[in-house]
Design a protein around this ligand. Structure first.
Ligand code: ASN
Length: 313
């Protein structure tokens, strides 16, 4: 007979094993999906002279960690977007990367249940693609993951008491303006709670590398976020990319970034190496949290990397 403590420990092991099985099946589905569509897999970089500044005014707490190596100041990758654009310029037309990102979030983000200091995204990019091509790609990818999980990890879903929602072929698409009108300025959580299935939201005033367009004298952004329903929040962010030097410089100014921090990247923009592309990045841990129905993102991690928590190992 197991004691009460032994029973709890055994249940915890079974819970963790179920989550890891679902994670393994999901990652294999993602690899298979891209390989079947002839995407190349690139290896991630961890340190580089330039990284995605991520911050867009709404998240002032994000500061890239820097490391000095010789006379170079290197940054821990916050996202590989700038590398992705250079890869497109090097003739790699469609690819994906399992890319570890480090983002120093403030301790209070513990309470969101969805932030990590260190996480991995499935980052992908397609030359000459537009937003709607990426929507179709992402819908098919999420559907594929769901299909493989339900056929290969039914037992584990059952143990975790998770019933995955079903959804239509196409996820609904809204603009951020529609969301603000319906849910107010703080629309993200409310909108995610209001939906039982995933949905896209376009047009966010966000990154300097997102493509812009002017309509009715207003600036619009050809970028998007995929939200999971059920209050789980952001799944993926992405966009069409800006390749016009003057527009990029203007956006850097608007976002309070210094062009001198992006010298080599901007030289590439100026020489025409940075071309039209679109893509996005799907957070792996958030995907797993969604699939298994975990309350807090830390609950799916063996090695927890939660804002405000002491790292144990
Ligand atoms: N990976 C995202 C993209 O492709 C960028 C990000 O994570 N900040 O747009």
């Amino acid at each position: 007979m197991l004691s009460e403590t032994e029973k709890i420990q055994e249940d915890e092991v079974l819970r963790l094993r179920s989550i890891l099985k679902i994670q393994t099946v999901a990652l294999k589905a993602i690899h298979d999906f891209f390989e079947e569509r002839e995407f190349m897999q690139l290896m991630p970089v961890i340190l580089s002279p330039y990284t995605d500044p991520v911050t867009n005014g709404s998240s002032p707490d994000l500061t890239p960690g820097s490391i000095k190596y010789g006379d170079q100041e290197l940054k821990l990758t916050q996202s590989m977007i700038l590398n992705k654009q250079v890869a497109i310029g090097n003739g790699i037309d469609k690819f994906y990367i399992l890319s570890p990102n480090v983002r120093f979030e403030v301790a209070e983000k513990f309470y969101t249940g969805k932030h990590l200091i260190e996480f991995t995204q499935v980052d992908f990019e397609v030359k000459d693609a537009q937003m709607h091509d990426i929507f179709r790609l992402v819908e098919t990818l999420i559907r594929r993951v769901r299909l493989d999980i339900t056929s290969k990890a039914m037992e584990e879903l059952g143990f975790l008491k998770r019933r995955l929602p079903t959804w239509n072929e196409n996820f609904p698409i809204y603009t951020s303006h529609e969301m603000i009108d319906k849910f107010g300025e703080d629309w993200e959580d409310k909108a995610s709670q209001d939906h039982s299935t995933p949905f896209f939201v376009t047009c966010h005033n966000r990154h300097f590398y997102d493509k812009t367009e002017t309509a009715n004298n207003e600036l619009h952004f050809r970028n998007f976020t995929l939200f999971y329903g059920e209050g789980v929040g952001v799944a993926l962010s992405g966009g069409e990319r800006e390749s016009d030097f003057d527009k990029i410089i203007n956006r850097m100014k608007e976002l309070g970034l210094s062009r001198y921090d992006y010298g080599e990247y901007l030289l590439r923009v100026q020489s025409g190496m940075i071309q039209e592309s679109a893509g996005g990045g799907l957070g792996v841990e958030r995907l797993i949290r969604y699939l298994v129905g975990a309350e807090h993102i830390g609950d799916i991690q063996l090695f927890r990397r939660i804002p405000g928590e002491k790292f144990v190992i």
